[in-house]
Design a protein around this ligand. Structure first.
Ligand SMILES: Nc1nc2c(ncn2[C@@H]2O[C@H](COP(=O)(O)OP(=O)(O)OP(=O)(O)O)[C@@H](O)[C@H]2O)c(=O)[nH]1
Length: 481
């Protein structure tokens, strides 16, 4: 169950992390797409502004070169004393022919049109009084009042069609008003010269002029509605202000197809990022799970080893050290005592008439007595650092370091009493059992590193004597240490 829920949890963590990575990557890529769109819009605006500026510059050039013509005519009127009609017509022709954008030029002394070139097609204009032209009079009056040129238009021309009219008032040397010079500029030819069409290089253009010279708007070029976000460039002309407007044919924003392609690409990339994140997380989780399993196996192994070591060192019945462990520890204790020139004592304890216990109460009860007797020995020894071992069937051994003979003697006696006092509950027995022990003791200050076995033998000899002397007693070896 734990494994299943742990798997579910790690799967859930991987799903959440992957979803997070996907969303993050998606937001990042979509932001990049959006930024790129903004950048494209910016670039497109710069392109349109640059293109429109070059058109405006050509428009300025085209108009001003045409308008300079009027200055020549003003010079003629002022300079020549009473010019003849032939001289006027000659000058008008020359000026008209000099500029292909000029549709016709008219002279209106005292505001009455007297000369027009070319006459053909403009006959209707001859004799007209400018102050009778409701549409055109405001611009004429403005030119006279301001004593300077005024560009008006587009206006409907008396002789038909529409045009831009450049009016220059002529004042004589004495300051008297002589009349008006009107140069009609042909709009299509002007636009052709400028290169201004409704659509150029993917950009739509509109050119708005003063309709009547009084601030109203007349369209000189362009089709359809002008978008509110079109680039607007003012064109300042004498007495008038035009406006050149431009906007991309497909609008400022990148095309929907383009945007969606990049959005889709962002989605796919975010998916790829999420997939890589998923693979990495799962690989990491598998690695960690394996490392965890390895760790658990290792811990188990260490535990088993500890158990094995414990088993290999201890007696399974009494829990005391076994003979092999006793031999190891005793050899080390002996060497230590030799190095430190201190006394070491060995006690060998043997339960008395144990065969009779076995025979009388059975082997299981005998085992219980062994366990109870061993516990009594352990209790009596007390100090944990003193080695207590089961050295044989019903025989036990104790090693005492750092103690003098008197203390050891007391200890041996305490062991004997503790064993004799123990009341042992044995399986199948109504009454507690008891037993006694005979103890042989030997002690020495080692005179070499390997004399442990001799001391043990001496203790064993002392035990033998204790048995012979009637059991349940402590006997010291002859060479009492
Ligand atoms: N129940 C039980 N008996 C054991 C165990 N190990 C040894 N014995 C018995 O201990 C008895 C030792 O008997 P003996 O060596 O004759 O000595 P004893 O009867 O104790 O007599 P003395 O030592 O002379 O007092 C034997 O009967 C063994 O079978 C054991 O692990 N469990």
């Amino acid at each position: 169950m734990t494994t299943v829920s742990a798997r579910r949890r790690s799967l859930l963590r991987a799903v959440v992390a992957t979803a997070g990575a996907f969303l993050l990557a998606l937001v990042l890529f979509q932001t990049l797409v959006w930024q790129q769109g903004q950048e494209r819009q910016h670039q497109e605006r710069e392109r349109v502004v640059e293109h429109a500026a070059s058109l405006r510059s050509r428009l300025d050039t085209g108009l001003s070169s045409t308008l300079y013509l009027a200055n020549g005519l003003v010079a003629l009127i002022r300079g020549v004393d009473n010019p003849t009609p032939t001289q006027y017509r000659g000058a008008l022709r020359a000026l008209h022919d000099a500029d292909p954008r000029v549709r016709n030029i008219g002279l209106a002394p005292d505001n009455r049109i007297a000369y027009v070139h070319p006459l053909e097609g403009n006959e209707k204009a001859i004799g007209l009084r400018l102050d009778n032209q409701k549409d055109q009079w405001p611009s004429v009056r403005r030119a006279i009042e301001s004593r300077s040129s005024v560009v008006a238009g587009p206006v409907d021309l008396v002789q038909g069609g529409r045009g831009i009219i450049h009016r220059t008032p002529v004042f004589l040397e004495d300051g008297d008003y002589w009349g008006m010079i009107s140069i009609v500029i042909d709009i299509p030819r002007l636009l052709d010269y400028v290169g201004l069409a409704p659509e150029v290089d993917g950009i739509r253009y509109w050119l708005l002029g003063d309709a009547d010279g009084s601030g109203g708007r007349g369209r000189l070029a362009g089709q359809g509605d002008v978008p509110a976000d079109a680039v607007s460039m003012p064109i300042s002309l004498p007495g008038a202000s035009w406006q050149l407007l431009a906007a991309p044919v497909d609008g400022w924003r990148p095309q929907a197809g383009y945007v969606w392609t990049w959005r889709l690409a962002g989605l796919v990339l975010a998916g790829l990022v999420a997939w890589v994140v998923w693979l990495l997380i799962r690989a990491n989780q598998r690695h960690r799970a394996m490392a965890g399993a390895m760790q658990r196996l290792n811990d188990e192994l260490v535990m088993k080893n500890t158990e094995l070591t414990q088993l290999s060192r201890h007696d399974g019945l009494t829990g005391l050290s076994n003979r092999r462990h006793f031999d190891d520890v005793y050899a080390k204790a002996w060497a230590r005592a030799w190095r430190q020139r201190r006394a070491i004592h060995v006690l060998i304890i043997d339960f008395d008439n144990f065969k009779a216990i076995n025979d009388r109460y059975g082997h299981v009860a005998g085992d219980a007595c062994l366990i109870g007797g061993a516990a009594a020995i352990r209790r009596a020894v007390g100090r944990g650092e003193d080695l207590v071992a089961r050295s044989g069937g019903e025989e036990f051994a104790v090693v005492i370091e750092n103690a003098d003979a008197a203390a050891v003697d007391l200890l041996a006696e305490r062991i004997r009493r503790e064993v004799a006092a123990a009341l042992i509950d044995a399986p199948g027995q109504l009454e507690p059992l008891s037993l006694t022990a005979s103890i042989g003791v030997a002690g020495a200050v080692p005179n070499g590193p390997d004399g442990g076995a001799d001391l043990y033998r001496e203790a064993d000899g002392a035990l033998y004597r204790a048995k012979r002397q009637g059991r349940n007693r402590v006997c010291w070896a002859e060479s009492r240490g």
